[in-house]
Design a protein around this ligand. Structure first.
Ligand code: PXL
Length: 293
């Protein structure tokens, strides 16, 4: 791979014009962290699909092959391929081929955020076919970052919030058996612990499990999953290890939610990212991750 002074990510997500999700979050976060983002828009929407009626949606599936062919022709290579919200089930095969072509180099980190749903339900543009295809895509990843709902869909398990940590470890392990070396589950219930939600992770390389607890703020902002995974990707590309990257992601999201919750505006507009982007370049001092055994 070409030696570069700035790391380069191919970011395969939709572009939603309003509401701070997907590329509108991925680009500013990774750019602020000193990483070049090369966008692959999977669909263009007027707004994201959470909380807006009558949004417009243009699926770019038919456009992707020629897009990738051009990139091949000009010999692009990437330090990381990072996929998120996809526009159609057919698109997933094309993106799978892109990962095969451009992710061959073992130094290229392949991160799949299997965006499917939240709070136990699929997003409105998703269906069983996309879930089935997403199960295929996660096989090609080095790291996946489902939220708890998406983890349940990938494993065909019921969504239930009374899950114990021992069972969550089993979920992480089973997801890693599907292919990815590292599995991160966000918004995992913290059974029996009040006002808390967890990010849990498993690294098959050293067979260690990790947990970062976060204070639960009773507000749901779309796009926080995209923001979390973007910080995680940026942090790993900067050279941090997995638990530190988890910690930085959680701290950034917690700060973003706090900056937003105190203000009064519709939650569907997403977190006030613009107020907290600068935090990404602050020295990282306090770490709170725990190893779970
Ligand atoms: O944040 C995930 C996401 C990405 N893209 C679109 C969405 C959502 C979640 O609602 O609607 C279009």
């Amino acid at each position: 791979m070409t030696k570069r002074s700035v790391k380069r990510v191919a970011a395969v997500h939709d572009l939603s014009g309003f509401g701070r999700t997907s590329l509108a979050v991925v680009i500013p976060i990774l750019s602020t962290m000193g990483i070049q983002v090369c966008s692959v828009p999977t669909a263009v929407l007027s707004t994201h699909t959470g909380g807006f009626k009558d949004y417009t949606f243009v699926d770019l599936t038919d456009y992707l092959e020629s897009y990738f062919n051009h990139w091949k022709k000009i010999n692009l290579d990437f330090d990381c391929i990072y996929t998120g919200f996809l526009g159609s089930s057919k698109q997933i095969d094309i993106i799978g081929n892109f990962i095969e072509d451009f992710g061959k180099n073992p130094d290229t980190l392949v991160v799949v955020d299997p965006v499917l749903g939240d709070n136990g339900k699929l997003y409105s543009t998703m269906n069983d076919e996309v879930v089935a295809q997403m199960k295929k895509l996660v096989r090609k990843a080095d790291i996946i970052t489902p939220n708890f709902t998406e983890a349940a869909f990938l494993l065909n398990k019921p969504y239930r919030t009374d899950i114990k940590i021992s069972e969550l470890k089993r979920w992480l392990y089973e997801l890693s058996q599907m292919g990815p070396e590292k599995v991160v589950i966000t918004s995992a219930p913290a059974c029996g612990v009040a006002k808390t939600t967890n990010v849990v992770a498993y690294n098959r390389e050293d067979r260690r499990y990790w947990k970062v607890s976060c204070v639960y703020i009773p507000a749901h902002y779309p796009g926080t999953g995209d923001a979390f995974t973007s910080v995680l990707v940026g942090s790993l590309l900067q050279g941090d290890n997995l638990p530190i990257a988890l910690d930085r992601g959680v701290q950034f999201i917690t700060g973003a939610i706090r900056a937003s919750y105190g203000a009064s505006y519709p939650k569907r507009e997403g977190v006030l990212l613009e107020r907290v982007l600068g935090n990404l370049n602050m020295p990282f001092i306090i770490s709170s991750y725990e190893m779970i055994d």
